[in-house]
Design a protein around this ligand. Structure first.
Ligand code: NAD
Length: 398
């Protein structure tokens, strides 16, 4: 029995420096129940998920294992517990995935480390050979602020900035809950290049190459990476900004990979454009938390809101599952953001965006729910957890 403590939220600004293991476990249990209910229970073979411990990657892992009976190998970059300091939320999320999988005789293995590095790719290939064999599906879902190029050793930092002109828009300060005017200055050429290095498709292609080199690509191998487009109002900071350039690179990479995979294995590679959802990565983007708070309110009212798990359930069910041919837009992308971008939804969100200020923030938007859902990502304020009870913080990830 390890050390038990009563973890209280430890915050720096709006960010959490710790996590609650029981709350994270609950979140995962809910996702597993969703995946089991929706999935056919079998059919996906062996899946490799890069960026598997939170957000869209975690939903992909859970859906694959528990909804489609996949054997799964996962890679993430999380912090273990150290003395009384808890592990990161992603660590506890995956620990629960492992615990539930083991209790049901399902196979999952995780490597924790920098997925951008050659060492972690080699370790992953070795473990795949030892435990799983060829991979049928690779999900690439990394969101990272920096990447060290394995060939040069140079570290690149991504930025969330517009290109050419400053971006001035309403935003919400997540520390003070005030609606403010965000004024973000344009990126330099070097910042655009660096963001593309971190969040573009280069590393995704390296993973496919590592699998090919190791003889681990199954016939019909499929791979997907995630992207976002969003409404016109956020284009200057997102789709037409530095991160958008990286996503353009991701799409170009998908076309290149798709061409080769089709020709050699009868497989394919696609970008899936997903809905805006509350994740650690999304909350760091200026304006996006305010937009999401309004979007959630409108989509919930219309009954079209989906969470990460529901989005990924739809991805496998309609596009990537066995026997499915992905339905693509004219640029060759899978679109899971169709409901978000419906004109009726966007007109209403734009109208509320015009009106929103500090005084009406919590009444006309889902901001309070946004904040709560954000705390829940770290395992705090999750229904059904008794936060007065001590819990073991040093949980094994195996
Ligand atoms: P997230 O912050 O919830 O998860 C990021 C994952 O990446 C974690 O598992 C983390 O451990 C892993 N990771 C980060 N650096 C790593 C490294 N060096 N090595 C190994 N693993 C590493 O992020 P998210 O919001 O789920 O984003 C995942 C992808 O989905 C991104 O490409 C993002 O652009 C895209 N996306 C997100 C949204 C959204 O609204 N959240 C919408 C559409 C698309």
């Amino acid at each position: 029995m390890g050390l038990t403590v009563v973890p209280a939220p430890l915050q720096r600004g709006f960010l959490f420096l710790n996590a609650h293991p029981a709350g994270c476990a609950r979140n995962v249990q809910r996702m597993v129940a969703q995946a089991k209910k929706a999935g056919p229970g079998s059919g996906l073979g062996t899946v490799l998920v890069i960026g598997s411990s939170s957000g869209y990657g975690l939903a992909s892992l859970v859906s694959a294992i528990f909804g489609h009976g996949a054997k799964a190998m996962s890679v993430c970059f999380e912090r273990p517990a150290e003395k009384e300091r808890t592990a990161s939320a992603g660590w506890y999320n995956l620990a629960e995935v492992h615990r539930l999988a083991a209790s049901e005789g399902r196979q999952v293995a995780t490597i924790n480390g920098d997925a951008f590095s050659t060492t972690i790719k080699q370790q992953t290939m070795a473990m795949l050979k030892e435990r799983f064999g060829k991979v049928d599906c690779l999900v690439y879902s990394i969101a990272s602020p920096r990447r060290t190029d394995p060939t040069t050793g140079h570290t690149f930092a991504s930025v969330l900035k517009p290109i050419d002109a400053p971006y001035i828009s309403k935003s919400v300060n997540l520390e003070t809950d005030q609606v403010i005017a965000a004024n973000v200055l344009p990126a330099s050429e070097a910042e655009i290049q660096a963001t593309t290095k971190v969040m573009g498709g280069e590393d995704w292609a390296y993973w496919v190459e590592a699998l090919r080199h190791a003889g681990l690509l199954a016939t019909g191998f499929r791979t997907v990476a995630y992207s976002y487009i969003g409404p016109r109002s956020t284009h200057p900071i997102y789709r037409a900004g530095t991160i958008g350039r990286a996503k353009d690179h991701l799409e170009t990479t998908a076309h290149r990979l798709d061409y080769h995979l089709k020709a050699t294995l009868g497989g394919g590679a696609w970008v899936s454009v997903n809905k805006a959802l509350i994740t650690q990565a999304a909350s760091a983007i200026p304006v996006v938390p305010l937009y999401i708070s309004l979007l959630y309110r409108v989509m919930k009212t219309h009954g079209s809101h989906e969470d990460t798990c529901e989005q990924i359930i739809r991805l496998f069910r309609d596009h990537l599952g066995p026997g499915k041919a992905p339905v693509l837009d004219e640029q060759g992308r899978i679109r899971l953001d169709d409901r978000e971008l419906e004109p009726q939804i966007q007109v209403e969100v734009a109208r509320l965006f015009e009106q929103v200020d500090t005084a009406n923030l919590t009444t006309i938007s889902d901001y309070a729910a946004f904040k709560r859902e954000f705390r829940q990502l770290f395992g705090f304020e999750v229904d059904g957890v008794d936060y007065s009870q001590p819990v073991e913080v040093d949980v094994l990830l195996a």
